[in-house]
Ligand binder design. Sequence first.
Ligand code: SAM
Length: 276
Amino acid sequence: MNNRVHQGHFARKRFGQNFLSDQYVIDNIVSAIHPLPGQEMLEIGPGLGALTEPVADRLDHMTVIELDRDLAARLETHPKLGSKLTIYQQDAMTFDFAELAKEKGQSLRVFGNLPYNISTPLMFHLFSYTNAISDMHFMLQKEVVNRLVAGPNSKAYGRLSVMAQYYCHIIPVLEVPPTAFRPAPKVDSAVVRLIPHATIPYPVDDIRILSRLTTEAFNQRRKTIRNSLGHLFTPEQLTELGLDLSMRAENISVEQYCKLANWLSVNRASQKAEQE
Ligand code: SAM
C-alpha cells in the first residue's frame, strides 16, 4: 500500500501532512488539552480529524482552520463532525485570531498538530494575538520544543526561546515517535503547552526592537556581544547595562534582552528628537 495514502487521502507534502494514527498518543494529547464544554476551542490543521473528533466529542461546537480544500470539504460532510464545526478554509498564517475571539466574546484555546514547514512563523503570528488566546497546545518537531523551552547558557537557547518566553509560559507535555503518524515524519515530535502571560514579566516599549536585537545577536552567536552588538552599543553602555563584554548571545537572559531593547527605544527616541 502507498504509505502516503491515509483514509483514502493522498498526504500532501507541501501542506506538511503527517496524520496522527496512534490512538494511545491521540488520547494522551486530548487529555493534556482537556477541552471543556463552553470553551472556544480552535484547531489549526484538523486534517482527517484525528484530534478534532475526540475534542468535538466533549463539546457542542468548535472552530477549525484548514488550508487543504479537499480536507475542508471532507470535514464539512463528515457524519459526526459536520454539524459541530465552523470551518475556515484558509491559511492560518493570515487568520485574525483577535477578530474571532471578539466575535465569540471569549479568549480562544488553540491547538493543532502543526505543519512542521510553517510551525515557527505560525507561532510568531500567534504571539501577536496572545491577548486573545488563553492557551495553545501544539505538536511540533521535538527540536523546536527544545528550543522553545531552553534557558540561557545552552545550545538550544536562541531567538525563538527569547521571543516565545517573552509572551508565554512554556511547558513540554509529551514526546511522540515518528511511528505515531502516517506517513511517518523523519524527525521525533513533541507536544508543548504555551500559556500567554497574564502580565508580560519584562515588557518592552517596541517589540520590533526586541525582535531585531535578538536576530542580530543570534545571527552571530559565536561572537562576543562586544562585537555582535558593537554597532548598537558602546562597550561602556553594555557594561552600564550590567553585561559582561565577553558574554555571547546565548548567555543573555530574556530579562536582559528586554532591558537592552528598552534602552535602544529610549535612546533612539532621544537621538531622533535631537536631530529634529
Ligand atoms: N490534525 C491532523 C492530524 O493530527 O492527523 C493533521 C495534522 S498535519 C501535520 C497538518 C495539517 O495542517 C494538515 O491537515 C494540513 O493540510 C494543514 N495545513 C497545512 N498548512 C496549513 C496552513 N497554512 N493553514 C491551515 N492549515 C494548514
